[in-house]
Design a protein around this ligand. Structure first.
Ligand code: MG
Ligand code: MG
Length: 266
């Protein structure tokens, strides 16, 4: 059953989502060639706990870290590690927090130093597919309208959409109904109503859509090892219209100060 949220509950989810955005912005200051992703995870965990919250992912179904860090061909659920990131990498960083009983969830794909034009285009299109999906999250539409918009933008650009992983409701649970696939048909699926809060998160592959799960039981990568992009916002339906509860503007402020890491998606 979908739990539609009151305005008060939406404000609490906004608070959690803004802490996610601030955590991303803090992490963004430290992304450069040579940094290890476990170091980024430590920075995020400290920041979240210093702000009176709990990392939303740590311990979730046994996930061992505060961030999912997924470089290049890794789509989502990558483990932070001792491997240093390298110039030209793209890095999907997914973060969730739990504060006041409510979760926020957002992901951003960063560029490490100078990345290829091919990767830049993948990130721009992935981000555009997120915005096009959000635009359809209006009362009276269906979830299929959101899914279709994401898929249409990605496939028109020649990319493919991951099918095995989907967006989701967010609230007292990190993942709750409804499921929100990044592919679908207009007019199909659940009717969108006031108070719906969902994490919309297109995972868009440069090559084919097929995925492989690594032996660690978590890491999902592309089968053809071509890169994948991932952006995610937590979004609420307020007065019938979509309102983003998470934001990328704090990340972008950090990126302006970091010569190893630039804004690709504007
Ligand atoms: Mg997420
Ligand atoms: Mg999510």
């Amino acid at each position: 059953m979908i739990q539609y949220k009151t305005r008060e509950e939406i404000e609490l989810i906004r608070e959690s989502s803004l802490l996610v955005a601030r955590t991303h912005a803090e992490v963004a200051k430290h992304i450069r060639p040579g940094v290890t992703t476990i170091e980024l995870d430590r920075i995020a965990e400290g920041f979240i706990r210093d702000h009176g919250a709990v990392p939303g992912f740590k311990g979730y179904q046994g996930f061992p870290y505060s961030l999912c860090i997924s470089p290049n061909e890794v789509i989502v659920h990558g483990f932070p590690s001792d491997n240093p990131v390298m110039e030209g990498d793209i890095l999907s960083i997914d973060c969730g927090v739990l504060k006041n009983g409510f979760y926020g969830d957002s992901a951003y794909t960063f560029a490490v130093g100078e990345i290829s034009d091919e990767k830049k285009r993948l990130l721009k299109v992935t981000y555009k597919s997120l915005l096009d999906g959000i635009e359809q999250l209006v009362a009276g539409n269906t979830l299929g309208d959101v899914s279709w918009a994401i898929q249409n933008t990605a496939e028109k650009a020649g990319y493919s959409v991951v099918r095995e992983l989907v967006g989701h409701g967010v609230g007292r649970n990190l993942h709750e109904p409804p499921e929100l696939p990044n592919f679908g048909k207009k007019g199909m699926g659940e009717l969108i109503k006031e108070g719906l809060v969902v994490a919309i998160e297109p995972m868009i592959n440069m090559g084919k859509r097929f995925v492989v799960q690594e032996k660690d039981g978590w890491t999902i990568r592309t089968a053809d090892r071509k890169p994948s992009g991932h952006y995610e916002h937590t979004v609420a339906v307020i007065d019938g219209k979509p309102e983003m509860l998470s934001t990328f503007s704090l990340i972008e402020e950090s990126l302006k100060e970091n010569k190893y890491n630039s804004v690709i998606i504007r």
